[in-house]
Design a protein around this ligand. Structure first.
Ligand SMILES: Cc1cc2nc3c(=O)[nH]c(=O)nc-3n(C[C@H](O)[C@H](O)[C@H](O)COP(=O)(O)OP(=O)(O)OC[C@H]3O[C@@H](n4cnc5c(N)ncnc54)[C@H](O)[C@@H]3O)c2cc1C
Length: 388
């Protein structure tokens, strides 16, 4: 386990209880998520998710963060969940489906019926996974152009269409499909959210091979029938419901990217202290020292930004924070890419070798500035809030 770097700023404003919680997750990951144990847990799995590890973390109450106790969760704030997201990513826990699950948990908390919450939030609190499908082959950044549709027929929704890039749908008990239930009006009107169980007839999940492995899927819905009460929230209000979850989604992805960046930083720092060239540790060369000093500074900046937006969300979950949430996602994900690329460079040939994890971190970091709204889209949003 590489030396962990901490600064006073890392704990800034956290309660004693939250600091203890972070330490507990860190120690658990150091003990239970060693490369050998993770390899064992992931044997035969597609992607970086082990149901066994999810179940164990659920037993500790960590899967139930953001889920009220009445639905089997442990309660907690959004900031608690953000602390957890950063720590398990930093500690390499194989629970890759957790981030997207938490995005759907947010939607369920906001719009779910009592029955949906009991069933689906209860599953998550026990270590289950959920997925969300917005993107389509022809609808990426311009998500409002999506075409998958659902029609109500004799008390059942009948869904047809294709979805692209649905992360961990192969692990999720249910995927939340964003689809068109009405034509006419503006592109943002007539959208709805409907839960489809993994084993529904006519629902096909096909893995996509990517540079980060197999974690995302193409979906086909061919006359899939689900009961009328599989609808989440209000029919036709899907766009408003999506927008209401954007703070959460962006901060969740930012916190995960931050954990990845910190992990890559820790590894790089440990390496440059040990690796000797010209009779001295390579970390004693100022060319590397200054870059590491810059990265350490940017990590603290990003952490303060991400946690600040989480706190604002806790203060008022209904408040829209387009500028702040986009800044958090942009800063943390671009930083993850930068730290991992620098990590490869500072480790030299060993950074490039698959025997060491740095090249894998880099591959994982590349996608963070693409999914959940690309960096270009985050910049567009921030620019709009500046009146541009
Ligand atoms: C591994 C992975 C997991 C994913 N998981 C999910 C998931 O679980 N659920 C889900 O619904 N989606 C998911 N996505 C989809 C993801 O959100 C989209 O890939 C992303 O929004 C970009 O869409 P696109 O890939 O179609 O790119 P495009 O929208 O085609 O963009 C191509 C390029 O053009 C740029 N661009 C587009 N429009 C503008 C503009 N207006 N201004 C400036 N630049 C622009 C983009 O930034 C990008 O660089 C995932 C994607 C990946 C790769």
């Amino acid at each position: 386990m590489p030396e962990l770097t901490t600064t006073a700023a890392a704990d800034f404003g956290l309660t004693e209880e939250q600091q203890d919680f972070v330490r507990a997750v860190r120690e658990f990951c150091a003990r239970e998520c060693t490369p050998e144990k993770v390899r064992e847990l992931l044997a035969g799995e597609d992607g970086h998710h082990s149901d066994e590890m999810a179940r164990r973390m659920a037993e500790l109450g960590w899967y139930g963060l953001c889920i009220p106790e009445e639905y089997g969760g442990s309660g907690g704030t959004f900031l608690d969940a953000v602390l957890f997201l950063e720590e398990w990513m930093r500690g390499e826990a194989p629970i890759g489906a957790y981030g997207v699950t938490l995005i759907v948990v947010g939607a369920l908390n906001r719009f779910g019926t009592e029955e949906q919450k009991r069933d689906l939030l209860g599953r998550v609190a026990r270590g289950g996974s959920l997925a969300i499908a917005m993107s389509e082959p022809e609808a990426g950044s311009d998500v409002a152009s999506l075409r998958a549709q659902a029609r109500l027929e004799s008390g059942e929704w009948v869904l047809n269409g294709s979805k692209m890039w649905c992360s961990y749908a192969h692990k999720a008990s249910h995927t939340l499909i964003v689809c068109r239930t009405r034509e006419g009006g503006s592109r943002h009107e007539g959208l709805s959210m409907i839960f489809v169980p993994r084993d529904a007839e006519g629902f096909t999940i096909t893995p996509i091979d990517t540079m980060g492995g197999r974690e995302t899927n193409e979906l086909h819905l061919d006359g899939v029938r689900v009961p009328e009460d599989a609808l989440l929230g209000v029919e036709g209000e899907g766009w408003t419901q999506l927008m209401a979850g954007l703070n959460n989604e962006r901060v969740i992805l930012a916190a995960m990217a931050l954990g990845l960046a910190q992990r890559a930083f820790d590894r790089t720092l440990a390496y440059v202290k040990e690796r000797r060239q010209f009779g001295r540790p390579v970390g004693s060369f100022q060319a590397l020292q200054h870059r590491l000093a810059d990265l350490a500074t940017e990590l603290v900046q990003a952490r303060l930004l991400v946690r600040w937006v989480a706190r604002l969300t806790d203060e008022d979950p209904t408040r829209m924070l387009p500028q702040e949430a986009s800044m958090a996602k942009l800063a943390a994900t671009e930083l993850a890419k930068k730290v991992t690329l620098e990590g490869v460079q500072m480790m030299g040939g060993y950074g490039y070798a698959t025997e060491y994890p740095m090249e894998r971190y880099l591959l994982s970091a590349v996608v963070t500035t693409i999914y959940g709204g690309t960096s270009e889209i985050q910049r567009n949003i921030i620019a709009r809030t500046l009146g541009l």
